[in-house]
Design a binder for this molecule. Structure first.
Ligand SMILES: [Zn+2]
Length: 489
């Protein structure tokens, strides 16, 4: 395929992502556009954007291979929030999600939701490069590119929108197939979107680079990452997926480089957490076709690098050994690291895995309890401890911790999944059903959630506190469902 028609799909892809939520629950008919209150010139309200974003994230949880690894989610959240703090015009809270996907891509949609593909870690050579992608996405949101694009397109060709909605599901499951379906559906109205989108890209680069620099990263990270993408598209027959959603004409790269050159280069200290996260993703979520030798190559490179890189190499080596069930060898590497840094959650997490594999539950539990005394409410330690309790068959302890955890972290599927197990093991079926209801609600399956909560309510004593709680939650979910129905028409 030539590049030009591919590039013209970008805007559609982005717009689909934002509109995708409307299509997930019912296939829209040609004449039933989502009622989002956009007559010509009107803008979406922030509340509408947030509701659409929330609905969309629920469907992503149900459809896409989201990575729920607590260390990785905390890492990208911290990095993202650091950038958000230095961005202008932030009107909604931001949320960052990681999807296990071997193609380089990132996209932003309503409600400050930013999705990153795991491949970004493979191709970002340092934290500034990774941060540049996130800063660019944040800028798409703060500049309201999606809302503007949606309003613009809906005004120009409302029918084309409706036709395009169904492709989103396919797109999530299989980008290539989804792309093919899209190019058929939308062949007619791609052309008008190109200039709109290219100016959006330039703007997201410009504003994104300001954010990047203010947050203390190297602005050259942006132009270097773009150069890498450009090289990939030049030397490979397949265009990097990211270039569908964010087209990269030569002037965009040149502009970014010129802009970065205006700033004096200052050495940015290497981020240890970035290196840990990179090594963890590559070892725990390797692309299917990826050879072990690729990962070992990177670890070898890090072994000869800076002190931070050497530490990351040792960490990655310990993970690989434990994956190969060479637990004793993994311990030999990890123990001295943990002795030096007893509060390091990357190390604690891997050591917990090893302890559990070797059924040394007491060790894991004591270590996690000690660490929690110093890092109160640390979600990584809490979720690890809950899991260790479960493995050790200490179900009441697991439940107690998970009640607190799910109260503080209601959007984390991990907590509800573990709570479902802990309750089930104790034969507390009402608690099991109620916890399971929350995990399906997080995936947008409100009917199912209400059904499970009704069953839970029927199991407990009439008029009891638990019954009141379940019934109140049913009402809440019904309201949420109703308010979202307007986006599903
Ligand atoms: Zn972009």
């Amino acid at each position: 395929m030539k590049k030009t028609p591919k590039k013209s799909l970008i805007a559609i892809f982005i717009s689909l992502l934002l509109l995708g939520n409307t299509s997930l629950f019912s296939a829209p008919a040609e004449d039933s556009l989502p009622d989002i209150g956009t007559t010509a010139g009107a803008t979406l309200s922030i509340n509408q954007e947030m509701a659409m974003g929330d609905l969309y994230i629920r469907s992503i949880r149900a459809q896409a291979p989201l990575i729920y690894d607590p260390l990785l989610t905390q890492y990208i959240d911290k990095l993202g929030q650091r950038l958000v703090k230095h961005a202008d015009s932030v009107k909604t809270p931001f949320h960052f999600y990681l999807i296990d996907n071997p193609n380089i891509n990132a996209y932003a949609f309503f409600g400050g939701n930013v999705v990153l593909h795991s491949a970004l870690f493979r191709y970002s050579r340092n934290e500034s490069e990774l941060a540049s992608v996130i800063a660019h996405e944040i800028s798409h949101v703060t500049q309201r590119h999606l809302a503007r694009l949606m309003e613009d397109q809906q005004r120009k060709s409302p029918l084309a929108w409706a036709g395009a909605l169904g492709s989103i599901l396919l797109m999530m499951a299989s980008p290539q197939a989804g792309m093919a379906a899209l190019s058929g559906t939308l062949a007619g109205f791609q052309q008008g979107m190109i200039s709109f989108t290219q100016s959006n890209e330039q703007e997201a680069d410009r504003i994104g680079m300001q954010t990047l620099r203010r947050a203390g990263f190297d602005p050259h990270g942006m132009s270097n990452f773009m150069q890498m993408l450009a090289d990939q598209s030049r030397y490979s027959s397949k265009l990097p997926e990211m270039l569908y959603t964010h087209p990269l004409p030569d002037n965009r790269l040149a502009d970014a480089r010129n802009r970065a050159n205006q700033y004096s280069t200052k050495a940015i200290p290497e981020s240890q957490d970035f290196l840990f996260a990179r090594v963890r993703i590559l070892t725990k979520y390797p692309p299917e076709q990826e050879q072990r030798s690729h990962i070992e190559q990177l670890l070898n490179k890090y072994r000869q690098g800076t002190a931070e890189e050497q530490l990351a190499a040792a960490y990655g080596h310990a993970i690989l050994l434990s994956q190969d069930k060479k637990y004793a060898e993994a311990r030999t590497i990890l123990s001295p690291l943990l002795d030096k840094q007893p509060d390091n959650t990357w190390f604690i997490d891997t050591m917990t895995d090893i302890d559990i594999e070797q059924k040394q539950y007491a060790n894991a539990i004591t270590r996690l309890q000690d660490a929690l005394k110093k890092q109160k409410n640390n979600p990584i330690l809490q979720i690890n401890l809950a899991n260790a309790y479960l493995q050790a068959k200490q179900y009441p302890q697991a439940s107690q911790l998970l009640f607190r955890y799910t109260f503080n972290n209601p959007d984390d599927l991990n907590g509800w999944t573990l709570l479902t197990k802990a309750a089930g093991k104790q034969g507390k079926h009402n608690e099991e059903l109620a916890a399971y209801a929350e995990s399906v609600a997080l995936q947008g399956k409100f009917d199912m959630a209400i059904e499970y909560l009704s069953k839970a309510s029927a199991l407990v004593k009439l008029g009891s506190y638990d019954q009141e709680r379940y019934d109140a939650r049913i009402d809440q979910l019904r309201q949420l469902q109703q308010s979202y129905d307007q986006y599903k028409k």
